[in-house]
Ligand binder design. Structure first.
Ligand code: CU
Length: 90
């Protein structure tokens, strides 16, 4: 993700177990309930670069959202650039 750009995350909860009932992004003040077997969309805009952990309500399931400074990621992650750099093979 890039700082200053809106983020849209879609969580599909593929079970009814209590553990996956909530997703929490503490730094962004998000504590969202996830309905079983449905997709829940979470949107926010990280303004500062950094690493932002997210987790379930019980702190067992975990993930990490990495936010990079504006503009920095573009060159390295461009699918076109990657494609062009690959050797031709036919
Ligand atoms: Cu849990």
């Amino acid at each position: 993700m890039q700082a200053g750009k809106p983020v849209r995350l879609r969580f599909y909860r593929d079970e009814t177990a209590d553990c996956s009932e909530r997703v929490v992004f503490e730094k962004f003040g998000i504590d969202q309930q996830l309905a079983p077997f449905q997709t829940t969309t979470i949107e926010f805009t990280p303004e500062q670069p950094g690493e932002y952990p997210f987790r379930c309500g019980m702190n067992m399931l975990k993930g990490l959202l990495v936010v990079e400074p504006p503009g920095e990621r573009r060159a390295a992650s461009s699918p076109h650039k990657f494609h062009d750099a690959a050797p031709a093979h036919e």
